[in-house]
Design a protein around this ligand. Sequence first.
Ligand SMILES: Cc1ncc(COP(=O)(O)O)c(C=O)c1O
Length: 472
Amino acid sequence: MKFTLDVNSTCFEALSAINDTDGKGLIVLDSKKPIGFINDGDIRRLILNGGKLKDNVSKAMRKEFLKMKIVPSYSESVSLVDKGIKLVPIISDTNELIEIIDVISILKIPIHDPRLVGNELKYLINCIETNWISSQGSYVDQFEKLFSNLHNSAFSTTTSSGTSSLELAFKVIKIKKEGYVLVPDLTFGATLNAVINAGLIPIICPIREDDFSIDLSKVSNEILEKTAAVCVVHLYGSGSNIADILKLKEKYNFYIVEDCAEALGSKDNGIRLGSFGDIATYSFFGNKLITTGEGGMLITRDKKFFDYVNLIKNHGMSPQKKYWHEVVGTNARMTNIQAAIGLGQLENLESVVNRKRDIHQIYYKRLSKLEPLLKMWHEFDNFYSSYWLNIISIQNKSKIKIIISEAKKRHIDLRRCFYPMHNLPAFKQFSDLNFDYSNSLKIYEHLICLPSGLNLISDQINAVCDLIEDFI
Ligand SMILES: Cc1ncc(COP(=O)(O)O)c(C=O)c1O
């Protein structure tokens, strides 16, 4: 077991083993019983007192050290670290070692972490036992079916990532209509990469301040008339002024692709995001609301789009005639193994969303008291957010650097938001000098993303709030 050393070892062997623990030290075991703790300082003291490196480890180890019967809580861990205790052996009633807790690991508050507590393992084992591990297998079908049921019976097809879903969407649109794809200035770069890789030209558009969504009221008729599609990105689980975009669609006849990578579970007027556009795409990367490690989904109500996406995603090969390539395609399939995890995750979507909303409420209750020094994004009337990520806007932007550097010291993973696309070397050329990008620049300068993982406990959320409160 990591962090342990047999009592028959020498101090030299202990030193080399301590080296592999980042200096945290070792618990010395006699059979399965922890009998001492040793770190490099203990060996240094032995040598200064005339001891030798070849001496037995018991000559240098401390016999008084902390052992616990249950894993320390977050607040207990904070005070342990304050006292300089980095390792805690957890023991049974008979003083046998069960595990060693690296206390810092309890203190780490990640921005996201997956939670795999449903049928994921059972379904995975079934994949292995039945030998169905490639992209053919019943979990792929079941995952797609359940996703369709949740999204008002749209056609759903799994993909290898959120990015490949987007790319497939734009490739299909390109066949129907040439022209620009309007994308918001604030998004993850995958949105633009997908448009460009599909052979279309993106135009980076200004965004609205309240929900970070694309602001088509700032786009000229001239551009709208040459637009093949608008990519609506529902950033951070927020909505996107969809009613106005749908009105413009009537007038200009463009396609709508909803990038729902960050918005699974959010609803606008009771309707799930992803149900408004011609195509919607989802990501199941490890940090997303539900995950398959890497993976994605594309949904559409248009059967022709659906068939064409499936054709391209399977090498462009005819489903009826093996090895008959009808069009140029790619391999963007999800494996049965990923779908098995995805199905287990999706079955728990409601409880995942409830958990995310609970996390938001704890933050909101505390941090909304700090207004106007900060403002926390909170759903509007008639909108139901799955709060993939909790975000705050700090009034005094000069505090952000301090807050983030203090967060590092407290093992809290705070992040800034994405860079506005119009400033990035890869995408600059797709910006428009006539556009006013001040909203995205302002959001970028003031926004901080808070840890929002499903395994967060209240103690940890409060620790994040304490930090913000201390340095705002
Ligand atoms: C808004 C947005 N679009 C697209 C993607 C790409 O998804 P993936 O990482 O699954 O390719 C992501 C994130 O990962 C995203 O946040």
